[in-house]
Design a protein around this ligand. Structure first.
Ligand code: SF4
Ligand code: SF4
Length: 152
């Protein structure tokens, strides 16, 4: 499974020495529930086998290693995540982990465009300042995903 590697990697739940703390951008709903999630060196929600929050983790974490730019309605990928090549390669395979991940975050983004556009804009600005991003090539979208994406 593509994301099985995360339990071992844990890179995106830690901040390397010398880098500023990373405040995870939260949706308005998440802010009410969680207050804030800030990674000084290692996220307080990180356990030995990975994130302990399961399905309740912040959407910004679920979205990662993708980033979404609401201005051009496009997805980007953090080039420092070692899964990038495998993610791109398997994106067009129906029901692959990458395909399911993109479909899931895409559906949530469609909702957030209506309910919390401020989150999407802020999350995009944080991602741009913190990560080296590569645009997800359109060629990797299946026809069904292309339709969804064009509606964003
Ligand atoms: S950097 Fe990529 S592989 Fe590593 S934990 Fe994060 S999502 Fe998983
Ligand atoms: S909430 Fe979970 S996925 Fe997000 S940074 Fe913390 S440990 Fe990682």
């Amino acid at each position: 499974m593509l994301f099985d590697h995360c339990a071992q990697c844990q890179r995106c739940c830690n901040v390397d020495a010398g880098f500023p703390p990373l405040e995870i951008t939260l949706t308005a709903k998440e802010q009410k529930k969680l207050g804030s999630v800030c990674i000084e060196t290692s996220c307080t929600h990180l356990g030995p086998k990975g994130c302990t929050m399961g399905e309740n983790k912040p959407f910004g974490c679920t979205l990662y290693p993708l980033s979404y730019n609401p201005n051009n309605k496009s997805f980007y990928f953090d080039t420092d995540c070692p899964l990038m090549d495998d993610y791109f390669d398997s994106l067009s395979i129906k029901d692959s982990d990458a395909n399911q991940h993109l479909s899931k975050v895409n559906e949530i983004i469609v909702q957030l465009e209506k309910t919390d556009p401020t989150f999407l804009q802020t999350n995009h600005e944080v991602d741009v300042s913190y990560f080296d991003l590569k645009r997800v090539p359109a060629v990797h979208f299946t026809p069904k995903q292309k339709i969804k994406k064009s509606k964003l």
